[in-house]
Write a protein that binds this ligand. Structure first.
Ligand code: ZN
Ligand code: ZN
Length: 106
């Protein structure tokens, strides 16, 4: 059977290979995966709204700090190493606690 069905819908919650440490990161079931659980680096892909993928910077974002927000819990402050943009990302369940405590001490 031949179909011309297009499969180009957008996966927001997608797996990726970490550009920093090479870890193959699987998608999260519960929430959007936007950083590597091994080294906690993220990528600058969103411009204004998380998930908009509107940025053309595409540089690594380094974990620069931790903030605690009552309703959301701990958030990692990611800072783009190229343009300096800061973004908050929720800590994921499988983030390496040793890496989390490293940025906590900064
Ligand atoms: Zn990584
Ligand atoms: Zn950037």
């Amino acid at each position: 059977m031949i179909t011309n069905q297009r499969r180009n819908f957008i996966h927001i919650n997608e797996g990726f290979e970490c550009a920093k440490c090479g870890t193959k990161v699987a998608p999260l079931k519960k929430s959007c995966r936007n950083h590597c659980p091994t080294c906690l680096y993220s990528m600058h892909v969103d411009e204004t709204i998380p998930g908009d993928r509107a940025s053309n910077c595409h540089s690594l974002m380094a974990p620069a700090g931790l903030e605690y927000k009552g309703s959301k819990g701990y958030q990692i402050v990611h800072k783009c190493i190229k343009c300096g943009k800061k973004q908050l990302n929720k800590v994921a369940d499988d983030d390496d606690p040793k890496e989390i405590s490293k940025i906590n001490l900064k």
